[in-house]
Every structure is written in structure tokens, then in C-alpha cells.
Write a protein that binds this ligand. Structure first.
Ligand code: SAH
Length: 292
């Protein structure tokens, strides 16, 4: 379970994320107390853009001075995620037609930052810059860029498609539930959780079957699966919705099978019994077949 004290990298990441998020203070200061349109002006006006650019430059300079080497690398990533999260919030509350893209920016940056923070809490020994999952795989980056491109192209060609509020709301609910399930799984599994599937059993590795693991065998993958699909529903991106569903399904099918071979090797009968009682939680994925 969570250690009593958060490691230094974790604490630095929180400070840096909050410093980046601080960008939301500028519009509040600039036009505090005036009509709601202020955020719109703030975003589109040249002065607003200069203020945002200046803010992130000053904060980055500050981080460069106070943190050296590897700690700066943590700080700059967390700060960038906090900054984009803040910009997402500004867009979400602005009087524009980009509201749902603002929600998406918040969802994406919160996901990546919280992967790092929760890893720092549950399994600090495995903590590295990769824990942000920012460079997960080439496919993941291509998928993200494709979804931004689809959103922008369709927004220009068929703007009505991007204003289906209730569809976006369904996407938001899926993202929130998926995120909640994934983080509950990480917190439940504690040090048994790892972003890299383990092929050798650590001495401390125990089989987790309680909490969300009593409903699904792979709750963090279930959460991530619905989170990723939810982001595309939120953006009303039909093409990426289809592509994300197929790609995530294939990815998790392979991953679950690979992982279960090791888990059976680690825990033998105990895992086989658990597997009989509890489903994977992923649609049409039943995990590794056991011939007996
Ligand atoms: N598939 C799980 C865990 C993902 S983290 C989920 O979706 O929540 C990957 C690591 O978790 C692997 O190294 C694997 O060995 C370990 N793991 C998976 N299920 C586990 C369980 N029930 N108990 C303990 N460790 C587990």
C-alpha cells in the first residue's frame, strides 16, 4: 500500500504541476470581477497570448534554477502537464465552440500526470520519467495526433458534428469512470502494480484479489480501455472512435494473455482459481486458455 511519505520526485511533481496550473490565475487577475466573456478575450487577444507565453517562460526559468539534472526533467514534465491542464480549464469555461476540446485537454493531461503521481505513491522503486507514460509507444503518439487532426478537420468541415453536447457528456462520464477505475486499481494493487509487465516474480509480489480486483481481473486495463474510447466520444471523432476501439482491444487482448502466462507461473493454482471466478472485465477477452 501507499508509503507513509511521498518520495522527493513525487513532491516536486506536485509543486511543478501546480505552478503550471497557475496559468489560470492570470485571466482571473486580468479581468477579475467583469463579465464572463473575459476568458474569451483573454484567450483570443494578443495580450492574453503574450501573458500565457511569458508565464510559462518565467516558470520554466524558475524551475531550471531550483532543480538540477533528473529532478528538473521531472519538474518540467509535471509543469507542462499542469500548464496544459490549466489551458484546458480556461478553454472549457470560455465562451467558444472549443469547450469539449478543453475537456479533452484536461482529461489527457490529468491522466498522464496522475499516472506519475500514483506510481510515486504506490511503487516508488519503479518510478522513472517513463511513469508519465508520455512516450508510451509510437502507436500511442500517432493515435493522439490523429485524434487532434480529426477533430480540427471535422470542426472546419462539419462544425455541427462537434456540438453534440450530450454525446460529449457521455464521453466525459466514460473518461471520469475509466480514470477512477484505473487509479483505484493502482492504489489497490500497490507495489504489485507495474507499468512494465513483470516476467520475474519479485519476492514481495503477492496475488491481489480484493477491492476492484474482485470484480475484474484487469481493472486498470478496463479503466484505460473505456477512458481511451471516452476521449474520442468526447471529441465526437467517429473515425478515431472506431480506430481507438479496435486498436485498444487488440492491445489489451495481447497484453492480458502475456501477463496471465506470468501470473500463472508466479501463483499457480491460486491464479487459476481466481481466473475461474473473476472475469477480465474487457469485452470479449477471456485471457489465456488453460488446457487441463
Ligand atoms: N492487469 C492488471 C495489473 C496491471 S499492472 C490490471 O489491469 O489492473 C501489471 C503488473 O500487474 C504485472 O507485472 C502483473 O504481474 C501484475 N498483476 C496483474 N494482476 C495481478 C494480480 N491480480 N495480483 C498481483 N499482481 C498482478
Amino acid at each position: 500500500m501507499a508509503g507513509s511519505k511521498l518520495v522527493l520526485e513525487g513532491r516536486i511533481s506536485i509543486t511543478s504541476f501546480l505552478l503550471g496550473l497557475g496559468v489560470i490565475i492570470i485571466p482571473l487577475l486580468v479581468k477579475f470581477g467583469s463579465h464572463v466573456d473575459w476568458i474569451f478575450d483573454y484567450l483570443t487577444g494578443v495580450n492574453g497570448k503574450i501573458a500565457i507565453a511569458l508565464y510559462i517562460t518565467v516558470i520554466n526559468g524558475f524551475l531550471l534554477i531550483i532543480y538540477k539534472g533528473p529532478l528538473y526533467k521531472v519538474a518540467v514534465r509535471a509543469c507542462f502537464l499542469g500548464f496544459v491542464f490549466g489551458c484546458g480549464l480556461i478553454i472549457s469555461f470560455a465562451d467558444t465552440t472549443w469547450t469539449h476540446f478543453g475537456w479533452y485537454l484536461c482529461s489527457l493531461t490529468f491522466f498522464h500526470y496522475s499516472e506519475y503521481l500514483v506510481t510515486a505513491i504506490i511503487n516508488p522503486r519503479s518510478l522513472s520519467l517513463d511513469s508519465f507514460l508520455l512516450n508510451h509507444s509510437v502507436e500511442y503518439t500517432v493515435a493522439a495526433i490523429s485524434s487532434w487532426m480529426e477533430f480540427i478537420v471535422e470542426k472546419l468541415l462539419v462544425p455541427e458534428l462537434k456540438q453534440m453536447n450530450w454525446v460529449c457528456f457521455v464521453g466525459l462520464i466514460m473518461v471520469l469512470c475509466g480514470e477512477g477505475l484505473r487509479k483505484s486499481a493502482m492504489l489497490t494493487a500497490g507495489s504489485n502494480f507495474n507499468h512494465i509487465v513483470q516476467n520475474e516474480k519479485a519476492q514481495s509480489h503477492v496475488l491481489v484479489t480484493n477491492g476492484v480486483y474482485s470484480f475484474f481481473r484487469h481493472p486498470s486495463y478496463v479503466g484505460w480501455f473505456y477512458w481511451s474510447i471516452g476521449t474520442q466520444i468526447m471529441l465526437c471523432n467517429p473515425l478515431c472512435l472506431l480506430a481507438y476501439t479496435l486498436a485498444s482491444w487488440r492491445f489489451f487482448k495481447e497484453r492480458v494473455e502475456e501477463e496471465e502466462i506470468s501470473l500463472i507461473h508466479f501463483f499457480g493454482e491460486d491464479y487459476i482459481e481466481y481466473k475461474k471466478k473473476v472475469p477480465t472485465g474487457l469485452p470479449f477477452i477471456s485471457g489465456i486458455r488453460i488446457n487441463s
